[in-house]
Design a protein around this ligand. Structure first.
Ligand SMILES: [Cu+2]
Length: 142
């Protein structure tokens, strides 16, 4: 093999896997998935997100001292804005955020409207437990 080609192959092996690796994000970081945290700000700080990145939702299962939470996906922007859960799809139930949390892989390059579905939408409205993510195509990060 010509030396220059060998160098390029080596560079590709060294650089590509590192730069193209999907990332894993704990939603809300230390705040986790909870009432009153501004997840829209969090998305702006953490983004952009890419296809195959993983979002991890962690929250305590129902107990005597904390509110239960859940994860729903809204069908469209209107339902998201009004926190109307009628057509929402359950992503993770109240017990699924325990321990290491619930993992959601961003497989599709579409708008994902995540909300907490507890208390008939109150966690989504007053609790601000909502955010939108639209992953970019899985090209390498800069
Ligand atoms: Cu909640």
């Amino acid at each position: 093999m010509e030396a220059r080609v060998a160098v390029l192959v080596l560079l590709a092996l060294v650089l590509v896997p590192e730069a193209c690796r999907a990332e894993r994000f704990v939603v809300g970081d230390a705040a986790r998935w909870t009432w009153g945290y501004n997840y829209t700000d969090w998305v702006i700080r953490k983004g952009p997100f890419f296809q195959d990145d993983t979002l991890v939702f962690t929250y305590d299962p129902p107990n005597a001292t904390t509110h239960a939470h859940s994860v729903y996906m809204m069908r469209n922007l209107a339902d998201y804005q009004s926190c109307n859960l009628k057509a929402a799809k359950l992503v993770a139930g109240v017990a699924e955020g325990a321990g290491a949390g619930f993992e959601f892989v961003l497989k599709k390059r579409k708008m994902h409207y995540f909300v907490c579905g507890e208390r008939q939408g109150l966690h989504c409205t007053a609790g601000q437990m909502k955010f939108i993510v639209k992953p970019k195509s899985s090209v390498c990060r800069d």
